[in-house]
Write a protein that binds this ligand. Sequence first.
Ligand code: GDP
Length: 360
Amino acid sequence: NLNDKEEDFEYKIQELEGLVEAAGGTVVGKVYQKRESPDPAYFIGRGKVKEIAQLVEGIRGDTVVFNVNLSPVQISNLSKELNVEVLDRTDLILKIFLNNARTKQAKLQVELAYLQHQLPRVYGGKGKELSRIGGGMKTKGAGEKLGEIKTRTIKDRINKIKKQLKEIEKQREEQRKSREDNPNILKVSLVGYTNAGKSSLLKRLTKRDVFISDQLFATLDTKTSLIYFPDIEKKVLITDTVGFVEDMPSEIMDAFMTTLKEIEDADVILHVIDISDKNWMKKKTTVENVLKQLKLQDKPTITVFNKIDKVVPSKDLIEEDVMENTITISAEKGWNIDKLFDILKKYAKQKEEKHGVCIL
Ligand code: GDP
């Protein structure tokens, strides 16, 4: 975008790199272009297409990601010219959601978003072009038929998913009312923007002798970890959630909200913020507003200001956190992790006490 300032541009590229990593990829090359307006056929200029094709061949890249949303025709043309998988921003975010959806409901929601994003590509791709050519001759091209069949198949699947989702929503509501909760296990959900350091923190919290792999939780995916505090005989189950993304594509919003809804099961939310990010305040408010929308604002929340090592050179220079349930840490350096453990222990103990009261 030509209106972007230099630093905004840098920031966006950084965010895109974070998204690629979150989708399980590694960035091996970057190409930029400044243009007055997008090329209708390729989005970028023809020369740039050649340049990228050469780069991809040279470094044996297997995917090219564009930090914009491409039209169906652009995706189709670029895939042909570059000979690798071409993803636009929405595709990339959908990939992350596919990796992160845990419940059946979330998985269906992501599939729905994926299909809705694919639909115009089937229609506007080969099928439409052929129909335009064939239109004058009053014939139906083979490509158009194929496009129609594909479109119908996708639409059928979309309708089926919508029905299933309605059904699941009803079931969940009933389950919610009758769910048993183990007072000895504190359930914690990590929330925050992509790149805030959620997975680094998860790794840091579980990289201790007390980390146990429990058969009971053997079926849990890698994004959930268990910590055991032997001194208080309590377990803490920590789950990472799909990260917030700037300019969330609208078709993904429902899937995002559904994956986030899994937080409902948590006793405590850990809201991770990258304090070295100049936009952290705005992002913090966005996360808080979304939690409010999900009616989760009353859940106990620990605000974790991460990456303080990028702001101060030593642990000793971290200012004391005066607000309750606020903690400044460095997941990378391990600063103040013990303090965070203490807060978690406090909640684990409180949970059992609360249960005691309920039973009485
Ligand atoms: P997530 O997307 O929220 O899971 O974020 P990650 O844990 O993947 O972290 C994103 C990037 O920030 C990675 O390159 C991390 O190495 C880096 N990072 C995470 N925590 C810290 C920290 O405390 N200090 C610094 N300097 N970098 C960090």
